[in-house]
Ligand binder design. Structure first.
Ligand SMILES: Nc1ncnc2c1ncn2[C@@H]1O[C@H](COP(=O)(O)OP(=O)(O)OP(=O)(O)O)[C@@H](O)[C@H]1O
Ligand SMILES: [Mg+2]
Length: 353
């Protein structure tokens, strides 16, 4: 990690805001503070902020509750407004690529190029073929600006805007490193989307979002058990905990199994597409994170469909926890904190990868 001030990681998700702050000492990085603030339904719809005042208030609240004084933050975006593509170009210098990249984006990104910010990462140089592989990333400027403006209204200074998938990959790298000879998937299953990132030979090779996640699972419980959303949400969380599950009707588990299988089927279609188009012959492991990763039925369904070992990612396995950290938030919500944790590893002076 390069020099600069550590930033507070701020993840504005569909159901809640999550924040994390790290501390850097001679011992290395430690987790210093975490915060969580629920957002009302309809505050953010399809990742568009419908009620910016509610998000501004939520941000202020979560910084106060978590006792975070630092105002320099890293944000992230995801969903339909972000696209990444692995492309191959003739070998060239970084300066040449900087000039060329806009043109490449026009060819490969299905957005109007005037509306997007374009960035890239060099994945591999292959001098023997006279080519290099790069990861091209485009994010809609309007979407980024909305989040940046909201953060500013909450008196924060957004210095970095990253992408959910890469942020989680950074966190994974901190914890376990990126094996140079393996292809594996990290899937962030939140409330409104499951974001897949296939990492191959140490770099992201494929990203795609599946539109059904935690909310879809709850809605199916509403329909099939006939309970209101809030109650269905409670049932779902209870079903994920071994000690609470015995009080639930068997029908709840039947519905969860079926719905998780549907979500796993959609995930598998994306993984099949990756395998069919990338030339890679297998995915060696799948890591789940995000709030819905707590549901054991989902991991089991993904494992059944993919025939690949599934593991719930442990976001803080390599981060010592300071006594200031609110355990009431950290313990039940650790899977929800991955994006904010990854963002909190960004530094103010760091160049975008
Ligand atoms: N213990 C649990 N068992 C099952 N589901 C859970 C549990 N805890 C949280 N969830 C679900 O996880 C989702 C929230 O997770 P997360 O905070 O990762 O999503 P988000 O970031 O708000 O949404 P998105 O990423 O779609 O914008 C909700 O659907 C919630 O019901
Ligand atoms: Mg999320």
């Amino acid at each position: 990690m390069s020099e600069g001030n550590p930033l507070v990681g701020v993840d504005i998700g569909a159901t809640s805001i999550k924040v994390c702050q790290l501390k850097e000492s001679r011992k290395g990085l430690t987790l210093f503070r975490v915060g969580y603030c629920a957002l009302q339904p309809q505050t953010i719809v399809d990742r568009h902020v419908m009620n910016s005042q509610a998000v501004v208030e939520g941000l202020k609240q979560v910084f106060t509750d978590a006792k975070i004084k630092q105002r320099d933050v890293a944000l992230s975006v995801s969903g339909q407004s972000v696209i990444s593509r692995k492309i191959t170009v003739p070998i060239m210098t970084t300066a040449e690529l900087d000039e060329q990249i806009q043109w490449e984006a026009e060819n490969h990104i299905p957005f109007d190029i005037k509306d997007v910010n374009v960035d890239y990462e060099i994945l591999r140089r292959r001098p023997e073929a006279g080519q290099m592989d790069i990861l091209l990333v485009a994010a809609k400027r309007d979407e980024i600006n909305d989040y940046v403006q909201i953060a500013k209204q909450a008196k924060l200074r957004p210095l970095v805007v990253d992408i959910d998938a890469f942020t989680i990959q950074n966190l994974f790298e901190h914890n376990r490193g990126l094996p140079p000879d393996q292809t594996f998937a990290i899937i962030n299953v939140g409330a409104t989307q499951a974001s897949i990132n296939v990492v191959s030979r140490g770099a992201s090779a494929f990203t795609r979002d599946v539109a059904n996640a935690g909310n879809f699972i709850t809605e199916q419980l509403v329909k099939q058990i006939g309970v209101p959303f809030e109650q269905a949400e409670d049932m779902k969380v209870q079903a994920s905990q071994p000690q609470g599950a015995s009080a639930l009707p068997a029908r709840v588990f039947q519905v969860l199994d079926t719905v998780c299988d549907t979500v796993a089927g959609e995930i598998q279609r994306s993984l099949d597409f990756f395998l069919a188009t990338s030339g890679e012959d297998r995915i060696s492991r799948i890591f789940l994170t995000g709030g819905t990763a707590n549901l054991p039925q989902l991991g089991a369904a993904v494992e059944r469909r993919s025939r690949v070992g599934v593991e719930v990612m442990q976001p803080v396995e390599r981060l010592p926890i300071e006594k200031e950290v609110d355990q009431q938030i950290l313990v039940p919500r650790v899977s929800q904190l991955s994006v904010a944790l990854g963002l909190s590893m960004r530094k103010s002076k760091e160049k975008r990868a």
